[in-house]
Design a protein around this ligand. Structure first.
Ligand code: HEM
Length: 228
């Protein structure tokens, strides 16, 4: 416990926590994308996948609780790290750093906050299904006749251009966040050298770009009538 506390109190300990939880969240984002891309394989595939997840409640809840803990620690460690850094640095150095790290650091805060508000909306939208009355599960003439007609629900959700637009903006900012986050995590783990720095940054950008293209392809395909 003492060890954990001293890990939390130290700047480097918190950096490790941000990096480790960030990688865990990246794992979820990649896995969730792989699941969602089954939209292109047709309703049977994605609905069977959703049914499989819901049929395995125990592992599902273990994963959900792990995800919530990782998300909470990622945010808490980042905020305390920023506060700690601000109070530890003299003004001139702070100014210098802000100029140096303008794009990455500043967009990290904005993109992080947008991803957070997106996740809240997304859960209300597709998990709790409270933002659209058509998503209410009913056997009495409602549009979603079965518990797991995820295909139809996603289709109906993205046919609204405002909703699709918000998803596109959010996954764009998520990708920007990941692009910096991935190389930053590698740096925290001490795996970056002068020679490899450029390659690591490029790999981070490539991964983040692929995640954007994957997620953006679903609302775009619905809006273009490719998925119907
Ligand atoms: C095109 C983009 C996306 C689509 C179509 C999509 C689709 C879905 C659907 C259908 C569900 C509900 C599954 C069910 O209850 O059966 C869900 C849950 C969820 N999504 Fe997404 N998602 C997208 C993007 C994202 C992104 C970018 C994130 C994270 C940054 C995310 C995080 C989550 C989370 C945390 C859940 C709750 C999982 C659970 O505990 O059941 N999603 N998503």
């Amino acid at each position: 416990m003492k060890l954990l506390l001293s890990f939390w109190r130290s700047s480097i300990g918190k950096k490790w926590l941000v990096a480790l939880t960030g990688l865990a969240l990246l794992g979820f984002v990649a896995g969730h994308l792989a699941g969602n891309l089954q939209m292109f394989a047709g309703p049977e595939k994605i609905n069977a996948y959703a049914e499989f997840l819901h049929a395995n409640q125990k592992p599902l809840w273990v994963a959900r609780i792990g995800l919530i803990i990782a998300f909470a620690l990622h945010i808490a460690a980042t905020i305390t790290l920023v506060i700690q850094n601000k109070s530890a640095r003299p003004y001139a150095y702070q100014l210098y750093r802000n100029v140096q790290a303008k794009l990455s650091t500043r967009t990290m805060a904005y993109s992080g906050l947008t991803v957070l508000s997106f996740v809240v909306f997304h859960l209300l939208h597709y998990t709790f299904r409270v933002t659209d009355p058509r998503f209410k599960l009913t056997t009495e003439g409602g549009l979603l006749q079965t518990t797991h007609d995820v295909y139809q629900m996603v289709l109906m959700g993205f046919q609204n251009p405002l909703i699709s637009g918000f998803y596109l903006l959010s996954v764009g900012l998520l990708s920007l966040h990941l692009s910096h986050g991935i190389s930053s995590a590698v740096q925290t783990f001490g795996l970056e050298s002068k020679r490899s720095a450029q390659r690591i940054r490029q790999t981070g950008r490539l991964l983040a770009g692929a995640i954007f293209v994957g997620y953006a392809s679903i609302p775009t395909a619905v809006l273009l009538g490719i998925l119907k």
